[in-house]
Design a protein around this ligand. Sequence first.
Ligand SMILES: Nc1ncnc2c1ncn2[C@@H]1O[C@H](COP(=O)(O)OP(=O)(O)O)[C@@H](O)[C@H]1O
Ligand SMILES: [Mg+2]
Length: 404
Amino acid sequence: MNLPWVEKYRPKRLKDIVGQPKAISDIARWAQSWERGRPAKTTALFYGPAGTGKSAAAAALAGDFGWDLIEMNASDQRTLAEVKRVAGTAASTGTLFGGTAAKRLIVLDEADNIYGTADRGGYSAIKEIIAETRNPIVLIANDKDAIPWEIKAACLMVGFEKISEEVIIRELGRILRLEKIEFDEIVLKVIAETARGDLRSAITDLQTLATGKKRLTIKDVVLYHRDQEIKIEEFLAKLLEATSADEARKLLWSLDMPPDDVLAWISENVPLVVSEAGARAKIYDAISKADIYLGRAKRGQAYGMWSYAGDLMSAGVSLSRSGALKPAKPKLPSHIRRYSRTRADRAVRDSLAKKIAVHCHTSSKIARREIIPYLRIVFKNDRKTAEAIAAALELTEPELSFLR
Ligand SMILES: Nc1ncnc2c1ncn2[C@@H]1O[C@H](COP(=O)(O)OP(=O)(O)O)[C@@H](O)[C@H]1O
Ligand SMILES: [Mg+2]
């Protein structure tokens, strides 16, 4: 079965949420206060970077306390009236069968994306909901600065941190063991470093790289990257030659690459080859709109967003082109440079430096700056000594090839 691993391994209980001890204990304490009655802070605001467990924690909280989970998108004004109704209904009125009904945990995602700060309609509705609710509410936001202070003042503020590389590595290792896939530790390090604190994207990357393999090695990472590069080169060339919207769209859907990555490639490369200024402006416009729709699609808004974004980045870009094309070799977008050879190399180098440092009682820095260059010379010229060193340091295959 090909369930996304972020779903398959979604934390079921608060104790499964990793790397957020402070947030989790605050949340649990707040939920307990709801069990005793209606607390002064009816609402908790979960804020922090993407992929750090905010939505997962809300769902796990409902699971732990046996509350019904009602998730709604706060940025949709029409749903706020509905939220108000649901929130205001007491949970303890009893059910038809005599028992007490469970509380409802109302989760409002995208609380930082309520239409324009100029229009306070959405926020004043939320303020009323917070004041009147008879059920616990969780607001979720990436950017707490985008939320009016009156709302923040009324909420229990719960900050989520970026997940440390160490914790990401542990989590990725746990998943691979459950999937029964062997791995070089170094691969996890590269993925974790690339994810910059976003566990969701780390798990997604891991699945992309590891699916269907018995063993995941650093070679797979480098090869994957090269494959992607070849695929995208072909795609960009064809996109610029497409003569109809339909053709452009088909090219995009046949590409099989995360839309974020495709957009990064397009925005890094297409404007470079289009020389006519007016056309270039139109292309930038299509790209920036695609980016907006893509953001909305990812935050779970209407499904149509995916297809708008797709249309803009394929047909929107391709049909805006006019004038001659300047030939150019595709340039790696910065955020895709993530799986580049240099990055993988650097991870190998660092692990090697650490080993040497321990073995030689020195610092990793000295190992990197002084010992590794020396070892490289040895590995080129003196096979016997090289073998002895390799054995003593228990060098792995990637480390060996790094030295060769
Ligand atoms: N702190 C965490 N602990 C465990 N899993 C996490 C954590 N953060 C993210 N994940 C993984 O990433 C997925 C998405 O996380 P999510 O809670 O939606 O992030 P956010 O809402 O902060 O953007 C989860 O299903 C889970 O697999
Ligand atoms: Mg979320």
